[in-house]
Design a protein around this ligand. Structure first.
Ligand SMILES: Cc1cc2nc3c(=O)[nH]c(=O)nc-3n(C[C@H](O)[C@H](O)[C@H](O)COP(=O)(O)OP(=O)(O)OC[C@H]3O[C@@H](n4cnc5c(N)ncnc54)[C@H](O)[C@@H]3O)c2cc1C
Length: 458
């Protein structure tokens, strides 16, 4: 096994020695996925002075995968996972529940075809690991391999995006089915889409149930502390520590897996763009409404236009999910007016697609969640300083990609760099973005352009 190599190119924006964390996650208690689940008793919070060989901050897919991998690699060593809130209320538990096996490659240039092949290897590896854990630990999360419809509302976006996607799939040797409006109506029960490409490998689930199950089945070497926001860190020096309001851990090495919150720790400050997304779940459809849908028992649609488009699902328990709205959110906050507008839009967009079901399509749960994207779609991943490693920012598809990132960052912190890490890093690492306010102007202009080009795709 070759030794781990150099540091992340992000050393220009690396952490300070000691740092107060200025921005903490704030749970708005609206996550629809966890509202559907039975209650769960969170693990105790961190109290008093403690020592661990390893600390992982963040209990999403990345942090949990990192902790589990460390336990396998560093037998006999102690590992703490410190989580600000409660497992399942983060992006990992709030997403649309697509574990996607294939990358979206924006071009069919030879280099990106090869890059895509290698990304598929990483994605399939992480997906297989998730499936193994779900089976071994009997995680009840409605996991089903249903595949995915990547759909365009207009012919224009179909020929711009889906045609390239089909060419990529052909080059990768992946199975797919192009589908027309009529075929989609037969399967999904709506004529809204011009066309789609169906690929069979995506799995759908309740993501809050999945991430809870992953946390509750961690090996005994791993101690999870919930409701324990880290408010101060000292990354390096003779006695590095993380501090919460009621406790402190002195550690040997640390893995930061805090997604959009990495810049609060002084990490990837100039690499990540925080984005706010909104989602809704309807009440379960009546049997009459369900009978008017298509032949597929449950399904998932991802939008060909990533920024303007809508993600939809018919869930295993016969609810409709919609995820639409893509806001630049540098403060990682929002307001009631924006939430209300997003919710109203969801109702309208469901009606456009499913008015023929009759009755009402009442939204039972509405929520929002943050993720971080990078300018070049590459991950923010690597060694940050002597004792500190970080994995963040995989531009959506985080169920699979952050599971992979968590496992691979643990290996890197253990001095290992495998072929899979090379496959992961062939995507590059998150590129530099200029500081605010230049960044704000650039992102707003890009989003305006994207929304205009996708205005008929919502
Ligand atoms: C609405 C929405 C829909 C999405 N849909 C999909 C989808 O269908 N498929 C897909 O693959 N991806 C999807 N994504 C993206 C995916 O959810 C994320 O990429 C993934 O969950 C990120 O995992 P993570 O572990 O890196 O981060 P997170 O799940 O955000 O976990 C980071 C953790 O760090 C903790 N933390 C932060 N600061 C501190 C602190 N100071 N102290 C202690 N803990 C801290 C947070 O509380 C959080 O629990 C979606 C995202 C959203 C928001």
């Amino acid at each position: 096994m070759p030794a781990a190599t150099s540091r992340s190119p992000d050393t220009s924006s690396g952490p300070d020695m000691r740092r107060l964390i200025d921005r903490l996650p704030n749970d708005d208690h609206t996550n629809g996925w966890s509202a559907l689940l039975p209650g769960r008793l969170p693990r105790p919070s961190l109290v008093g002075e403690q020592e661990f060989d390893w600390v992982v901050i963040g209990a999403g897919y990345a942090g949990l995968a990192a902790a589990r991998r460390l336990a396998a690699l560093r037998s006999g060593e102690s590992i703490a996972v410190v989580e600000s809130g409660v497992v399942g209320e983060n992006a990992s538990g709030r997403n649309s529940g697509f574990a996607i096996d294939l990358p979206h490659t924006p071009s069919n240039a030879a280099a990106s075809v090869e890059q895509g092949r290698r990304a598929i290897r990483v994605g399939r590896f992480a997906l297989a690991e998730l499936e193994r854990l779900i089976q071994d630990h009997r995680i009840a999360c409605d996991w089903e391999r249903r595949g995915r419809y990547h759909a365009a509302v207009t012919g224009e976006i179909a020929s711009k995006v889906l045609d390239i996607y089909a060419a990529n799939l052909r080059a990768w040797g992946e199975a797919f089915e192009p589908l027309t409006r009529d075929e989609l109506e037969n399967r999904l029960g709506t004529r809204y889409y011009h066309s789609a490409i169906y690929t069979p490998g995506t799995c759908l689930m309740n993501p809050a149930a999945l991430v809870r199950g992953l946390a509750d089945s961690l090996p005994p070497e791993v101690e999870l502390f919930e409701n324990s926001p880290v408010i101060e860190v000292e990354f390096d020096g003779p006695s590095p520590f993380v501090r919460t309001t009621a406790g402190r851990i002195r550690f040997g090495k640390l893995i930061l897996a805090v997604n959009a919150f990495a810049p609060s720790f002084g990490v990837f400050r100039d690499r990540q763009i925080p984005v706010l997304l909104f989602a809704s779940l309807t009440q379960p459809l009546t049997s009459e409404q369900h009978a008017r849908l298509g032949a597929d028992e449950s399904w998932g649609i991802t939008p060909a236009h990533g920024v303007a488009g809508s993600t939809l699902r018919l869930t295993a328990d016969k609810r409709l999910l919609i995820r639409q709205g893509f806001d630049y959110s540098p403060s990682l906050t929002t307001n009631e007016a924006r939430r209300d507008a997003a919710r109203v839009k969801h109702t309208e967009l469901l009606a456009r697609r499913f008015a023929h079901l009759g009755g009402t399509l009442d939204i039972e749960h509405f929520w929002m969640g943050w993720l971080a994207v990078s300018h070049n779609h590459a991950p923010a991943f690597g060694q940050i300083s002597d004792n500190v490693y970080a994995a963040a920012c995989c531009n959506g598809s985080g169920i699979v990609r952050h599971t992979a990132a968590g496992m691979l960052i643990a290996e890197l912190a253990n001095g290992q760099r495998s072929e899979l890490t090379d496959d992961f890093l062939v995507q590059g690492t998150a590129s530099y973005i200029p500081p605010r306010p230049i960044r704000d102007i650039g992102v707003h202009l890009t989003l305006m352009r994207e929304r205009a080009s996708g205005r008929h795709e919502i």
